[in-house]
Structures are given as C-alpha cells and as structure tokens.
Design a protein around this ligand. Structure first.
Ligand SMILES: CC(=O)N[C@H](C=O)[C@@H](O)[C@H](O)[C@H](O)COP(=O)(O)O
Length: 234
C-alpha cells in the first residue's frame, strides 16, 4: 500500500468543494477551508477542479484526493469522466485521483475498465479512488485493481440505495471482502455516523457538506427550528 493511502488510515478526509453557483465558489475559499480542516486534524482533503487542487496544494500540507466534475452530452457520469480530466487533476498536483466507477454509460462509449487502464498507463504512480454506488461496482473496482473504494455515488445513481443518511450497509459489505480499503462517503453529518462507519469496517471517512457547505448547514438548523416552532403551535 502506498504511503499516501496509509496517511488516511482511521482518519477523516474533508471534502472542500463549492460549485460555481455556490456562495463559497473560488479557490481561495476552498484553500481556506482546507487549511481549517488541517488545523482541525483532518487526514486529507478531497477537492474538485484543477484550480482548487493547485491552490489547496499551495496552502495545505495534507494529501489531496483530486477530482474534476465535468459533464459531457449523452452521459450521466461527471466525476473525472475521461482521461483528460484525470490528466488535469494529476497536473494540478493531486496525490490521488477519484473517478466515477459506476456501471453507467461513459462519454465516448469507453468503459471504466478502459479508463482504468489508461490511467495506469499514463500515471502509474497515482493511486485511483473508485467512486461507486453499489456492492457490485465496488467489488468490480477491487477486482480491477483500484487502490481505494469510496461509497460516494450511493444514492446518486437511480439503481442504488436511496437513503437520507450514509450507506453504512454498503461500507460493511465492501469492507467484509477485506481486499481493498473502503472509504465511507456521502451524507455523513455527525461524529456518531463516522464511528458507525468505522465499526462497519471503513478505512477512512470523507465528510463534505456538513463541514464545508455553510448554506446547507444553515438550512438544517433553520429547518429544525421551524419544524419545532410549528410543532409547539399544534
Ligand atoms: C455525489 C457527488 O457528486 N459527490 C461529490 C463528490 O465528490 C461531492 O459533491 C460530495 O460533497 C462529497 O462526496 C462528500 O459528500 P457529502 O457532501 O455528502 O459529505
């Protein structure tokens, strides 16, 4: 196992991402988030776009799982969909690259196996994080040789489990294979949920929105308050 992966063991990776339509969009903001995560004891950062990755690598010493969200006509796959986005992520300085490893149709009709082989050929030193939505996708990514499996896409493909919280069951099923380290990612909001993921066998957890999307954090507080106020009136 590579040294960089070992740094994630039993740790928390903070996903620092803001899309163009979000209030915190901008590499300076994401680098500040990454620095805050580092100050708080995070083991790593997950970041989107070459610009954000490069800025975070300048300001923060943690290893970065890089991805590049990009949409192509005719394919629902948007997390580092082709070798072009992989190249941009690697050239920006990412330590690992996260790619969509779901079974959905990819741009130009290439399969995940083909993309995997192209990454290995062009960037043999860069560990690959497979973002999956189901057990079968995770097991296939392990079989292929991916370095880490993340439950990122569970709940975001039409055929995967749709749940309000993290897919701890998927973490448990994949971890039970004892083949490749499994990252629990997606809709983790509390420390207790992190502990449940570790109990299920997670190697590390990724927490994003609950730490780095203040509009969503605010929305949760406001929702809980208005629900409570309403219930007091009934
Ligand atoms: C499905 C998808 O596109 N997930 C993205 C993957 O990089 C990010 O938008 C998420 O914020 C990240 O996975 C962390 O999850 P959460 O923000 O729920 O803690």
């Amino acid at each position: 196992m590579s040294e960089v992966i070992h740094r994630f063991k039993e740790g928390m990776v903070v996903s620092c991402q803001a899309l163009e339509e979000e209030p915190l969009f901008g590499s300076e903001n994401m680098a500040a988030m990454a620095m805050a995560a580092e100050a708080g004891g995070a083991a790593g950062i997950r970041a989107n776009t070459p610009q954000d990755i490069a800025m975070i690598k300048r300001k923060c010493s943690l290893p970065v799982i890089g991805l590049y969200k990009h949409t192509y006509a005719g394919s629902p796959v948007y997390i580092t969909p082709t070798i072009n986005e992989v190249r941009a992520v690697v050239e920006a300085g990412a330590d690992l690259v996260a790619v969509d490893a779901t079974k959905r149709a990819r741009p130009d009709g290439i399969t995940f196996d083909e993309l995997y082989r192209a990454i290995r050929k062009n960037f043999p030193a860069v560990p690959i994080v497979a973002d999956v939505s189901t057990f079968d996708e995770g097991a296939a990514a392990m079989e292929l040789g991916c370095d880490l499996i993340s439950t990122t896409m569970s709940g975001y493909t039409p055929y995967s489990t749709q749940a309000a919280g993290p897919d701890i069951e998927l973490v448990a099923q994949l971890a039970k294979l004892k083949r490749v380290p499994v990252i629990a990612e997606g809709r983790i909001w509390t420390a207790e949920e992190c502990l449940a993921c570790f109990d299920a066998g997670a190697y590390a957890v990724v927490v994003g929105t609950a730490i780095t999307r203040p509009q969503e954090i605010t929305k949760r507080f406001v929702g809980a308050i208005s629900q409570y106020i309403q219930s007091r009136k009934n």
